[in-house]
Design a protein around this ligand. Structure first.
Ligand code: KIV
Length: 294
């Protein structure tokens, strides 16, 4: 009997696949990614989608106050790296603060940069009814847009901080109106952040487009987590909705502490970490140095 080694080629999903997954009740697993190696690991894991989130500001750059300082140029550089690491995964770029809130022309130009310069498959922007013109303009220009409502970190100042939304009937009703508006404006996905499960369930059922959640309960069409949170890499705080799958901060700190100890104790490098001179060359060098001294 012949044994065949099957090469598993990952096929990049398209908007049609994501729509089909919603229609048939299959959940989407989505993570943020900011760099080449993490994107490679994620692609190998079978992740459906990656977000190059502006959360990079807090997770990578140490902007502890929030995401507002993140620039388009930073987002492009990171999106390029993620694209290279995960060439067969659906990658979404996240529009940073003031890259789209000004006028629709800015929104189209900056969204376009993600596609032209980083080769993303979609972009995401925050806000519901108040960014309807921007969503419409970007979608009308032919780009795939994901809306993002609920807790929207770029306007967390207006919310009094990083606070769950939709906990009162009035606030939940406002989110339902936002969700419908985002869909009508031409968005092809919606992300709900930090809302009660009932609100997530209602909106996921109400909308035709896929509705994913980060802290929006189990009834939405898919889940997003911030990679630094789920790997235990981000230390400042852990939102309620995070499940930690690893504690890399501990692992990395231990590895570095061991390294420092080994260097200071002359335990590193060992023979196996050193290059050897070619046969006879040490003797030749010795003679050359002797002649130099004469
Ligand atoms: O930037 C990001 O990672 C996000 C999530 C917080 C949803 O937008």
């Amino acid at each position: 009997m012949h044994m065949f080694k099957m090469e598993t080629t990952i096929m990049k999903k398209s908007i049609l696949d994501f729509q089909e997954m919603k229609n048939s009740g299959k959940k989407v697993a989505w993570l943020t990614s900011y760099d080449f190696p993490t994107a490679q690991f994620a692609e190998k894991s079978g992740i459906d989608m990656l977000l190059v989130g502006d959360s990079m500001g807090m997770c990578v750059y140490g902007y502890t106050g929030g995401t507002l300082p993140v620039t388009m140029d930073q987002c492009i550089v990171h999106a390029e790296a993620v694209r290279r690491g995960a060439p067969n995964t659906f990658v979404m770029g996240d529009m940073p603060f003031l890259s789209y809130q000004t006028i629709p022309a800015d929104a189209v130009r900056n969204a376009g940069r993600f596609f032209k310069e980083a080769g993303v498959d979609a972009i995401k922007l925050e806000g519901g009814r108040r960014v309807v013109n921007m969503i419409k303009a970007i979608a009308d220009a032919g780009m795939v847009v994901c809306g993002h409502i609920g807790l929207t970190p770029q306007s967390s100042g207006q919310m009094g901080g990083f606070k769950a939304q939709g906990r009162t009937a009035e606030s939940a009703y406002g989110l339902i109106l936002d969700a419908r508006t985002v869909q009508e404006a031409g968005a092809m996905f919606l992300l709900l952040e930090a809302v009660p499960p009932e609100v997530g369930e209602f909106i996921a059922e109400d909308l035709k487009i896929p509705v994913y959640g980060i802290g929006a309960g189990p009834y939405v069409d898919g889940q997003l987590l911030i990679v630094s949170d789920m790997l235990g890499f981000f230390q400042a705080f852990t939102p309620k909705f995070v499940k930690r799958y690893a504690n890399l901060a501990e692992e990395i700190t231990k590895a570095m502490t061991d390294y420092v100890r080994d260097v200071k104790g002359s335990k590193f490098p060992e023979d196996e970490h050193t290059y050897k001179m070619l046969e006879g060359e040490q003797e030749n060098l010795h003679q050359m140095v002797q002649r130099m001294k004469e």
